[in-house]
Design a protein around this ligand. Structure first.
Ligand code: 9MG
Length: 279
């Protein structure tokens, strides 16, 4: 089903969850490292909760195009104290955006609710770590690696290529002892995709429902918005909310965003028009 074919979505959008982004890297691409300090990060969490966030996604490694690798120790230092503080002070769900086994292990120990891995558990040891617990895990598609992924992304058919990747990762998870029911799939907007490919993916996101797992969509403030609209990162709110709405209409269940308040407002409007009305 393509976006053009969707007239009235069956969903009433009650299942949609908003995931708020909390980057704790000095070079986080759209907040310029503003929340790299502990106290301001906690204030940001408080504000996102006030505005209706469901999940906070903490990331200690920048995955923006061209980003350099971060050491395990640096990532642990950025992520774990914050995870502990959120768990001590709030009841919100916390997702940890990491591809490192040690960060996954410690995060699980300190109460992480979801592991969000942009490398889809392909790093050595990750499958085994996740097999030892029972929390959900998001498997994201990426062509290449962050340093080089935008060089020349190529697909035979972007939808079927990504579906093949998901099916291969689902089998790898099941073989390692991770139940399929724990998995969330994410096509990875901006991760090894051209501008046109990103919009093709967004238009056809609903195609991935045939795999039978929840979908996560993350377009917030990305270049696919900035390059189409010719907008700097600080001017991408309208584009971010619009792409979030389209993802929800395509049935995505988790929407990863910077602008929680505005996205929650948009979701409430979708929910209101999805209510049955008397004729
Ligand atoms: C960490 N991160 C950055 N962008 C992302 C996206 O689109 N999806 C997921 N799951 N994680 C992302």
């Amino acid at each position: 089903m393509s976006y053009q074919q969707i007239k009235y979505q069956q969903s009433n959008y009650q299942q949609v969850k908003i995931m708020g982004i909390l980057n704790v890297t000095p070079d986080s691409f759209s907040d310029g490292g503003k929340f790299s300090h502990f106290d301001s990060a906690l204030k940001q969490v408080e504000s996102m909760i006030e505005h209706g966030v469901d999940i906070i996604d903490i990331g200690g490694e920048s995955t923006r195009p061209g980003a350099v690798d971060v050491s395990e120790q640096d990532e642990l230092t950025r992520v774990i104290p914050l995870l502990k503080a959120i768990k001590e002070n709030f009841t919100v769900q916390v997702s940890i955006d990491t591809s490192k086994t040690e960060v996954m292990e410690q995060s699980i120990t300190y109460g992480a609710d979801i592991i969000n891995d942009v490398r889809a558990l392909q790093n050595e040891g990750c499958l085994a770590v996740l097999a030892q617990c029972d929390i959900p895990v998001c498997l994201m598609h990426m062509q290449g690696m962050p340093r080089t992924m935008q060089t020349k992304p190529e697909y035979t058919n972007i939808i079927t290529d990504i579906k093949d990747f998901f099916n291969e990762r689902i089998i790898a998870c099941e073989d390692a002892g991770i139940a399929k029911s724990r998995l969330i799939l994410d096509p990875g907007f901006g991760f090894g995709k051209t501008l046109e490919q990103n919009y093709q993916l967004l238009a056809q996101l609903a195609q991935f429902h045939s795999i039978g797992l929840p979908l996560l969509s993350g377009t917030s403030r990305k270049s696919m918005i900035g390059n189409l609209l010719n907008r700097e990162v600080t001017e991408r709110l309208a584009g971010s909310v619009t792409t979030a709405i389209i993802a929800m209409q395509q049935g995505a269940e988790i929407i990863r965003v910077h602008d929680v308040k505005e996205t929650v407002d948009a979701l409430k409007i979708l929910q209101a028009v999805a209510q049955p009305f008397e004729e």
